[in-house]
Design a protein around this ligand. Structure first.
Ligand code: FAD
Length: 411
């Protein structure tokens, strides 16, 4: 199905497909089994420009938008959702910076982000603050030209491998959630160390770490936007990044189908290919339709987002302002409901497709050397990170209640 993609998006798709065929598929089982980050893939991603797809050309990026990012993430996740996270989580960590950074901060950080020389990560979650980010306890208290950071983050993707961490901290604990701010903290800053490495069900080639901050002195120039506006930037980031997780989920579903359909066509029982048993064939048709529906939902949304995101980037460059401010001028309203719908729908589709594909293929699919059980393990994370399925439903419901309340006001 053609989603009216432009030349740049087609180029991104072609490059991603080539990476999947030539590099990711041959590597994925080994990296999953070893639970190890692939520096070989990091180099491949750097060479093929995967880190700068959505960054302006002025900073060495490709000048694409949210669609380019989502398309690459879908394709790479079709190969391996874990290896896809290297550019995926760097984007997640850097989106809040890109949105809220001043001109000077963009000039400081974007060139190395776009080239992939420096990896970014996003650190919001804490042991006591998961779905409820407002409960975070990491503090950053001003001391002259520095913030002194103390606290612990956990479950942080690409932990230890990333160079810059966008960390949600509280700069004014007496104000509760209104004291939350975002700081960019560089690996190697004294007092910043890594704790437990998680052993996971899926996405095993992407390291998930605990981050520990003990009296870490962070220059005040590393504050994003203004103090107390951290949650706003986090929400805006998730609005743009959740379609990426939805795209990842579509990629996982497609990858599972790509393994399943050829197997069902060639596997014979009772003297016939098992795909000709209508119960199985109809199930495949249903799963393929749901996967395509998810894809349509994602790209319809990201194309609409890009109609504002790309001009906002250009305006911010021209005016020396923040992208966040330029987006506000262009739109004002938020994508939260649509992003949550895409993530909710696609992550459920990924889980259903991967699970059903295992059932359809039978015993072989339970074996580790058949590349299907990994899709089932990997699919699960899309229902959890960047907000669980329940949190997406809460977002959708909140928006619906508001919409209907305002409609009632109209009557
Ligand atoms: C592999 C992995 C990688 C991750 N990577 C990152 C990362 O890079 N950066 C980062 O900051 N975080 C990351 N996370 C954290 C992730 O975003 C959180 O795990 C997720 O938001 C859920 O938080 P929690 O695990 O604390 O679950 P909890 O918040 O404890 O939720 C437990 C259950 O309660 C439900 N629940 C909670 N509140 C509500 C509510 N209000 N209404 C209905 N149900 C509710 C949840 O849906 C869930 O079913 C990662 C997590 C994993 C597993």
């Amino acid at each position: 199905m053609d989603y009216a993609i432009n030349e740049l998006e087609q180029e991104v798709l072609n490059t991603s497909r080539e990476l999947v065929q030539k590099k990711i598929i041959p590597l994925r089982a080994e990296m999953d089994a070893k639970e190890t980050f692939s520096h070989e893939m990091l180099e491949e991603y750097r060479k093929s420009g995967m880190f700068g797809l959505w960054i302006a050309e002025e900073y060495g990026g490709l000048g694409g938008g949210i669609t380019c990012l989502a398309m690459a993430f879908e394709e790479l996740s079709r190969g391996c959702a874990g290896l896809a996270l290297t550019p995926g989580t760097s984007a997640l960590g850097a989106i809040p910076m890109y949105l809220a950074a001043t001109k000077e901060q963009r000039e400081r950080w974007c060139p190395d982000l776009a080239s992939g020389k420096k990896l970014w990560a996003f650190a919001l979650t804490e042991p006591e603050a998961g779905s409820d980010a407002t409960a975070l306890k990491t503090t950053a208290i001003k001391d002259g030209d520095f913030y002194v950071v103390n606290g612990t983050k956990h479950f942080i993707s690409t932990g230890k491998e990333a160079d810059f961490y966008t960390v949600a901290v509280n700069t004014n604990p007496s104000r509760g959630a209104r004291g939350i701010s975002l700081l960019v903290i560089e690996k190697g800053t004294p007092g910043f160390t890594f704790g437990k490495k998680e052993e996971k069900m899926g996405i095993r080639s992407n390291p998930t770490y605990e981050l520990i901050f003990e009296n870490v002195r962070v220059p005040k120039e590393n504050l994003l936007g203004s103090e107390g506006r951290g949650l706003l930037y986090v929400q805006e980031t998730l609005d743009y990044s959740r379609p990426g997780v939805a795209a990842q989920a579509v990629g996982i579903a497609q990858g599972a189908l790509d393994v399943t359909i050829p197997y069902l066509r060639t596997r014979k029982q009772f003297g016939q290919p098992i795909i000709t048993f209508q119960a199985l064939g109809h199930k495949v048709a249903e799963l393929a339709a749901k996967t395509e529906a998810g894809r349509a939902l994602v790209y319809n949304l990201t194309h609409r987002m890009d109609e504002e995101f790309l001009p906002a980037v250009q305006n911010a460059l021209a005016n020396g302002t923040t992208i966040h401010d330029e987006l506000k001028k262009l739109k004002g309203a938020r994508w939260t409901k649509y992003s949550a719908e895409a993530k909710l729908f696609c992550s459920n589709v990924a889980m259903e497709v991967a699970d059903e594909c295992v059932t359809l293929c039978g015993g072989i699919a339970y074996m580790r050397d058949f590349p299907l059980e990994k899709y089932m393990r990997d699919a699960k994370i899309t229902q959890i990170y960047e907000g669980t399925v329940h949190i997406q439903k809460n977002e959708i419901l909140t928006a619906l209640i508001k919409e209907y309340a305002s409609k009632e006001g109209d009557n």
